[in-house]
Design a protein around this ligand. Structure first.
Ligand SMILES: [Zn+2]
Length: 103
């Protein structure tokens, strides 16, 4: 498996494990409305951004403690195990920093 480009695969897994499937479709619809026009296709297989897996994601606690935390939306090609794009969400990052909403 390719090394994580934006997040470690461990972080990706943790975020995936915590998906709230009730709000997930709405959240990803919102993410696509915001970012789909800028999103890239998979550089390996050419899968369109629409068909990539979109994941709301935030860094591990350790990264936040080091001041390197980031949060936003990640697109993943599941066929190639590739992190294609990451869209940072500053508002979400601030909420995490202030409110301590952590993994
Ligand atoms: Zn691909």
């Amino acid at each position: 498996m390719e090394e994580g480009k934006f997040f470690s695969w461990d972080e990706v897994k943790k975020n995936r494990d915590q998906i709230d499937w009730v709000i997930f479709p709405t959240a990803m619809k919102f993410a696509k409305e915001m970012y789909l026009s800028e999103a890239k296709s998979c550089p390996k297989c050419g899968q369109t951004p629409e068909k990539l897996f979109w994941l709301g994601i935030q860094s591990s606690n350790e990264s936040w403690d080091k001041g390197e935390g980031k949060a936003g939306f990640l697109t993943i090609c599941e066929k190639c195990n590739l992190q294609v794009d990451f869209f940072r969400d500053k508002e979400l990052e601030n909420a995490i920093k202030e409110g301590g909403i952590r993994l």
